[in-house]
Design a protein around this ligand. Structure first.
Ligand code: ACM
Ligand code: ZN
Length: 759
């Protein structure tokens, strides 16, 4: 298609709206007029070596690849800046500019960029890039035959002064749960650099895969980089040291530091599968093909463990210049340490009180090794549990308390709490606005303590995101995180940000990013009409620019375009999808998964509920009435329909208002053992006429296996000979604690119920 050649482009010298800058600079003043970039424009750097020249060449190349011309790059002679030039200048003396800060002035005659260091000019170049229209980023324009279409670009005049709020602005990319290829990692670095983010926290080792070549231990990648999936297929891959050097250099050229994470003592199954001698039991072990937390971790008693770790870290330090080396430290069950002769001997020899202290000793020992080599240790907040190792920096993920404790102890912290920064969570849990509302400084800190919060990260764990789904989880939410970490807090305002995001999508489209939704693309707004015994369902969205289709249970063969409320009676499943009205967006991928609403207007709907125990406030599902709202839960335990009870049996009594004939009693339960949610051991039903004396109807034992790691739901159902009753009661008996084989063995089990059904 050659539209661009034959259709006249409307002349547009002054944009109607300023271009959307993300993250918003600290200070922007838009001015009248534009600077025209064309074949006569020269890109200047103050000296012919160093960062200013590198950035000048980088910007010239960006322009050249989408234009009919290639701007010249030259050294500035130090005199007055000539007209029609873009000058990059680094002045490290005499100025007190933040090393990542910059000044960018665009006037109709010239563009001037000043900074005190290479990072500053690079970030300025990213702002400059965002002053070009979205199609500047278009790969279609990069095709040789298309470049002729653009003979010039207009940049709006402005004056920008900018510097980041936080020094550490990162993305965690988990390449263990799913392997990502080198090009994808490099592209991700390009993209975060455009948002002025400067850390790629590269998660390289975990239970499901060891992804970094270590020359001394070839088995790590021969064995540990591969797993056999449940369906028998193989998944895996690793980065050679040569590839890693190339990625590190690619990142450095974009002012991004790669912080490698080598997990210990937990999340070590791939390492143990390769070197079983390093575990407490000696194995055998295999690379995990399931998600979760595993009990098999490095033995803290054996000296070989530390020899291994030191050799590995030595090669890691050779490859990664980062001052910080992340050693994980999270989710390390002490189950084997409690039973291991060598771990126990270590505790005695070192005078350690318990296994938490052993974990702390482990981390501190590794921290000393790193410090001897001029590096600093960073670990997840579990490293606080047995006492914070000297000099360690804490990454707070289970809320913000870890960060608070670390900085109050005089150490440093970065923040990436599950509440705002976990981009593996669906947008139904963490939407764009929620990310934007994130405040990285925990409440109640003194100014001095707050200054030890280095910054934050968004965490892209990939259990449920192979490479092709990663864009959709990261974008657009990372736009919010980039701004949270860069922009002064007083400039942050969601509605203005959201307008910029709307205007930014064409840029994401041009960049070929397959972004996802900002908020649940479609959800059900449900009203109950008790007289008519029907549900009225509206399809709603947290995002504009979408349309819905649905499958009406009454006419299931044809999806219909949604144009108003749907009425539902009886039982069934309503299914709906949302898609962008502009179907070209996000490369045609902006389409939601199918959302299902399972409903059942049974005779207990809207009965009066008396609960024998309290549900957990985190899983209230809207309160007591949730168990008689006629709406069924999905297999996702956070879907808002499941009511959760921790460490207790569940007793629920319904008052049906009047005596009636009953032929069936049932209740729905969810099991998802990775989250410690189990089926009840058994469920018994009883009925009463007066609410005093109850007659047992039936007791139904659980038949579902508790070992399956997948979520499953089950109705415990009792059909009765016709009995007459006004009150019905269920009792669900908890299994008590997680079974011995379970990673959470001994921990309090949960019961999740969605509905108490009466017919
Ligand atoms: C983590 O999410 N386990 C750090
Ligand atoms: Zn041991």
């Amino acid at each position: 298609m050659l539209f661009a050649l034959v259709l006249p482009f409307p002349a547009r010298t002054q944009p109607d709206l300023p271009p959307p800058l993300i993250p918003l600079p600290a200070r922007v003043v838009w001015q009248p007029g534009t600077f025209h970039v064309d074949a006569r424009t020269v890109i200047l750097a103050e000296t012919d070596t160093g960062a200013a020249m590198a950035t000048a060449r980088y910007v010239a190349a960006l322009i050249g690849q989408v234009s009919s011309f290639q701007p010249d790059v030259a050294v500035h002679d130090g005199l007055r800046q000539p007209d029609n030039s873009i000058l990059f200048s680094i002045q490290s003396r005499g100025e007190r500019m933040h090393p990542e800060g910059y000044m960018l002035r665009v006037d109709p005659r010239r563009v001037l960029i000043r900074a005190s260091a290479g990072a500053g000019v690079f970030h300025a170049a990213q702002t400059l890039r965002q002053l070009f229209p979205a199609r500047f980023e278009s790969p279609a324009l990069q095709h040789p035959t298309r470049r002729d279409t653009v003979r010039g670009w207009d940049l709006p005049a402005c004056m920008i002064q900018d510097a980041p709020r936080f020094a550490w602005r990162g993305l965690l990319l988990d390449c263990c749960r799913h392997f990502m290829d080198v090009e994808f990692v490099m592209r991700t670095i390009d993209l975060i650099a455009q948002l002025k983010m400067n850390r790629l926290h590269w998660h390289l080792t975990d239970d499901q895969g060891w992804r970094i070549e270590i020359q001394r231990y070839p088995a790590l990648t021969r064995v540990g980089a591969w797993r056999t999936e449940k369906d028998g297929t193989r998944h895996g891959g690793f980065y050679t040291q040569e590839q890693i050097r190339a990625i590190v250099a690619h990142a450095a050229a974009r002012q991004v530091t790669i912080v490698p994470e080598i997990e210990m003592p937990g999340h070590a199954l791939a390492a143990l599968a390769s070197h079983p001698e390093l575990g407490c039991t000696g194995g055998p072990y295999s690379v995990a093909n399931d998600w979760g937390v595993f009990k098999d971790i490095f033995c803290a008693g054996k000296e070989e463990t530390f020899t291994f770790i030191e050799h590995v870290l030595s090669e890691v330090m050779e490859l990664f210049p980062s001052e910080y080396i992340h050693i994980g430290g999270d989710e390390a069950p002490t189950f084997h340490w409690e039973r291991c002769v060598q771990c126990q001997a270590r505790m005695t020899a070192e005078g350690l009180e318990d296994e938490h202290a052993l974990q702390s000793w482990f981390i501190a020992r590794v921290g000393r090794f790193l410090a001897e080599h001029g590096r600093r240790l960073i670990g997840w907040d579990e490293i606080l549990e047995g006492g914070l190792p000297e000099g360690a920096t804490v990454q707070s993920w289970r809320g913000m308390d870890g960060a608070t404790a670390a900085v109050r102890a005089g150490q440093h912290a970065i923040v990436s709490p599950t509440s705002h920064a976990y981009f593996d969570y669906p947008v139904s849990s963490i939407d764009l606005e929620r990310v934007y509302s994130f405040e990285p400084i925990p409440a109640g800190l003194t100014t001095i303590d707050a200054s030890r919060i280095l910054g934050g990260e968004c965490n892209m764990w990939t259990e449920h995101a192979p490479q092709h789904l990663v864009d959709g989880k990261i974008f657009p939410r990372i736009l919010a995180m980039a701004e949270v970490l860069w922009t002064p807090v007083r400039q942050r305002e969601y509605s203005a940000f959201h307008r910029r995001v709307d205007a930014f999508y064409p840029r994401l489209d041009s960049l070929g990013i397959r972004y996802g939704f900002e908020a649940p693309a479609v959800s059900f707004d449900i009203a109950r009409d008790s007289t008519d015994r029907r549900f009225t369902v509206r399809l709603i969205s947290g995002q504009s620019g979408l349309r819905f289709r649905y499958i009406d249970p009454a006419a299931p063969s044809t999806p219909r375009a949604y144009d108003g409320p749907v009425h539902l009676r009886g039982r069934g499943v309503l299914r709906a999808v949302a898609e962008a009205t502009d179907t070209a967006r996000a490369g045609g991928t902006l389409r939601s998964d199918t959302l299902a609403l399972s409903y059942d207007w049974h005779d207990g709907v809207d009965a009066t509920v008396t609960l024998g125990q309290r549900f957990h406030t985190s899983y209230a599902a809207g309160g007591a009435g949730a168990v008689v709202d006629g709406l069924r839960g999905t297999d996702y335990f956070r879907d808002g329909r499941w009511q959760g009870y921790e460490d207790t049996d569940v007793e629920i009594t319904l008052d049906l208002g009047a005596e009636r004939m009953i032929t069936e009693l049932a209740a729905g339960f969810l099991q998802y053992q990775p989250a410690w949610i189990f089926m009840p051991r058994q469920v018994s039903f009883s009925v009463s006429r007066d609410g005093q004396r109850y007659t047992d109807v039936a007791t139904i034992a659980n038949e579902a296996s508790d070992r399956d790691g997948h979520a499953c739901t089950r109705d415990f159902r009792a059909t009765t000979a016709r009995v007459s009753a006004r009150y019905v009661r269920l009792r669900a008996e908890t299994i008590g604690v997680c079974p011995d084989w379970h990673p959470g063995a001994g921990g309090k089990a949960w019961i999740f119920i969605d509905e108490f059904i009466v017919r």
